[in-house]
Ligand binder design. Sequence first.
Ligand SMILES: C[S@@+](CC[C@H](N)C(=O)[O-])C[C@H]1O[C@@H](n2cnc3c(N)ncnc32)[C@H](O)[C@@H]1O
Length: 323
Amino acid sequence: MNENYLDRITLADCRAHLPLLGNNSIDLFLSDIPYGINLDDWDVLHNNTNSALLGQSPAQVGKSAFKRRGKPINGWTQADRNIGREYEAWCKSWSLMIWPKMKSGASLFVFGARRTIHHVINAFEDSGFLLKDILAWKKHSAHHRAQRVSIVFERRGLKDAAETWRGWRLGNLAPIYEPIAWFIKPYRIGGTIADNVLEHGVGAINIAECQINGSNPTNLLEFGFQKDEPRIHEAQKPIKLIEFLIKLTTKEGQVVLDPFMGSGTTAVAAKRLKRHFIGFEIVPEYYEKAIERLDREEERPYSSDLTTSQLRLLEETEKRYGS
Ligand SMILES: C[S@@+](CC[C@H](N)C(=O)[O-])C[C@H]1O[C@@H](n2cnc3c(N)ncnc32)[C@H](O)[C@@H]1O
């Protein structure tokens, strides 16, 4: 049933294809979905055409991160405030399609934004999934953009106000983590999760293969980009983070679905770990780059092809005899 899609990224709106996947055929859903925060054109999932909201500030021109202003300039209209609900409806339009495709007890990792993840959770719960945890991906560093209020007032010639508000800023604290909602597809009435593992091959977590510096992992996941990791997409995720989540919840040969592939990180990670993948991407430029990235995988062996014990042996051998 999945032959046309297996180990391929398909250039398409995933919603046209998800219903065609085989029922009960997916072992893991892992996707960094659009966030509904107007990051770029692909992230505008509402009907609000407020030009201030969707415009660019001078500081955003030519930047690789936020390409849209993402907040109205003169207060919030009702249309601005509906954005979250429209995003939730968009999420639900496809999370309902995912439901029959997942195996019973399978995990779903959904990357989101801190201020819109609750809409994703509502949509997934409405579609039948259960929230298991919210993991935090901790980045090594975070851009902190918060304008000084005193400077704004000085520009307006308001010297007293500038003095009163010195040291205060407009904005957020440095955003050092991103949430990952972890859902499961509930297993059958009358069965336990252990029964589910026996019947469907999913539902357990592989702690032994996912040690971090020799300790059991926590739900705070600190992973950065590798030195040689290509940076292609403004929302790209570190390959090691994605590999960790795949290893945690699947075995070799199982199937990982990512309908929002971007630069193909999930596909590359799945391939390195000998899992099958099914992917979609709607923007041709990202699709092309993801395919190039996958092709490059053919050319070089990766250390993640090795199991942890093989890696340890290799490290010990290198230490003893040099590499
Ligand atoms: C957050 S990005 C994923 C980035 C990815 N994690 C990476 O490491 O490169 C989400 C991607 O979903 C794509 N997208 C948005 N709507 C889509 C749809 N309906 N079908 C398929 N892809 C879509 C966007 O073009 C964007 O590249």
